[in-house]
Design a protein around this ligand. Structure first.
Ligand code: AMP
Length: 418
């Protein structure tokens, strides 16, 4: 298939093509080009693709195509987080528009009633997080025998979250072996092993090697003294173009503290993490997507499944310890052709973790030292390719253009400082 293949080449039904048109997709993304014909041909597929590549369409379009309306549950999608499950369900509904196909989302943290109704009604598609699905399965409420297509979405994340036993339990409750698709942003050994167990003679497809960044995202690391992180963030938020900013913190306390700090600086923001009720999290995400709040501070729970278009900036307020996390996080920006900027704050204590991250990503990030916030005080270095926005702002980011600091150099600078 070539880049210019359009959706009609896949032999999708007119109803589906109309749904795709009304969503506004014109050309299939690379993962869709590769996966749709394979899945429609009945193959098992292992896809290495991060969120943001269009993988939901890649599995859901052919999944819907093969459905028998009114024949009960046939397609089961397992997702790591509630947010992703909700997002996949919304996409499914949009892609199923005009048909009678129903889809249900099943996850913890909400009442059982509507989920039980959906299961007894026999919705054709169920998108679930493993925990609640097992719970319902054990109560005899989730009958999975009719599932003929199983999709494991963000398999790496599910394994990270310890869902392997639940996935296996769900699979034991299925009838005959279903056609199985596994998608993952990264392919560590554990995911590879799961893929081999779950699939039969799968087609392996990969849209970009694990660890690579999406096109259109510029990635920058700021060296910063830990106590100045909030000030650096506030300073960045004063720059033009910082319109919709997603900030990741490592801890819930960190998220709460940062939220209060930003509110004190009169910056509209909200925070989501696992201690906040689902209701609150959903509302916070809505307000953020609508533009009612400018900054959303989130811990890991929000990093997958967030599907908000046009985020201008993603900030790793703490260095992510896992390259998969980093790739997922920065995937929130620069989506569907838009450009975005991913910024990572690196303190002196993070140098080791940061070097490891760059090593695992197999690339170096551009470094910026701002004299007001930098821990290697006095070192002023411009990022390699200064953005137009930033130069327009007139706020000096330093003067020495055209340089990039290697981790070793950063470490060397540090030792000079101490
Ligand atoms: P996903 O990787 O499934 O989370 O999709 C990421 C984003 O890309 C979502 O906002 C989709 O609506 C959008 N998208 C998916 N497929 C296409 C396409 N073929 N053309 C344009 N946008 C798309």
């Amino acid at each position: 298939m070539t880049e210019s293949t359009n959706f009609s080449a896949f032999g999708l039904s007119p109803l589906r093509l109309a749904a795709i048109e009304s969503i506004g997709w014109t050309l299939p993304t690379p993962i869709q080009q590769q996966a749709i014909p394979l899945v429609m041909g009945g193959r098992d597929v292992v896809g290495i693709a991060r969120t943001g590549t269009g993988k939901t369409g890649a599995f859901m379009l052919p999944a819907l195509e093969g459905l028998k309306e009114g024949a009960g549950l046939q397609v089961l999608v397992l997702c790591p987080t509630r947010e992703l499950a909700q997002q996949v369900t919304e996409d499914t509904e949009a892609l199923a528009a005009g048909s009678k196909v129903r889809s249900a989302v099943i996850h913890g943290g909400v009442a059982y009633g509507p989920q039980l109704d959906a299961l007894s009604r026999g919705d054709e598609v169920v998108v679930a997080t493993p925990g609640r699905l097992i719970d319902l399965q054990q109560r005899g409420k989730a009958k999975l025998k009719g599932v003929r297509l199983l999709i494991l979405d963000e398999a790496d994340r599910m394994l990270d979250m310890g869902f392997r036993p639940q996935i296996e339990q769900v699979v034991r409750g299925l009838g005959r072996r279903p056609q199985t698709l596994l998608f993952s942003a990264t392919m560590p050994n554990a995911v590879h092993a799961l893929a081999l167990r779950m699939t039969r003679d799968p087609a392996w497809i990969e849209v970009s090697p694990s660890g690579t960044k999406a096109q259109g995202i510029s990635e920058i690391a700021y060296s910063v003294r830990p106590e100045l992180k909030p000030d650096l963030l506030i300073h960045l938020l004063e720059q033009p173009g910082w319109d919709q900013v997603l900030v990741f913190t490592r801890t819930k306390i960190g998220a709460n503290t940062l939220q209060s700090r930003l509110e004190k600086a009169r910056i509209s923001c909200d925070a989501i993490h696992s201690d906040r009720q689902m209701r609150h999290r959903t509302r916070a995400m809505e307000r953020f997507s609508n533009g009612d709040v400018r900054v959303l501070v989130a811990t890991d729970i929000a990093q997958r499944g967030l599907d908000i278009e046009g985020i201008s900036h993603v900030v790793n307020y703490d260095v992510p310890l896992d390259p998969g996390d980093y790739v997922h996080r920065i995937g929130r920006t620069g989506r569907a052709g838009a450009t975005g900027e991913a910024v990572t704050f690196v303190t002196a204590a993070d140098i080791g973790a940061f070097r490891t991250l760059e090593f695992q990503l197999e690339r170096r990030l551009d470094k910026v030292h701002h004299p007001d916030f930098d821990f290697a005080g006095g070192v002023v270095m411009e990022r390699r390719e200064p953005s137009r926005t930033r130069s327009r702002s007139g706020r000096g980011m330093g003067s020495k253009a055209g340089e990039q600091l290697a981790p070793e150099e950063l470490a060397a600078l540090l030792s000079h400082e101490s």
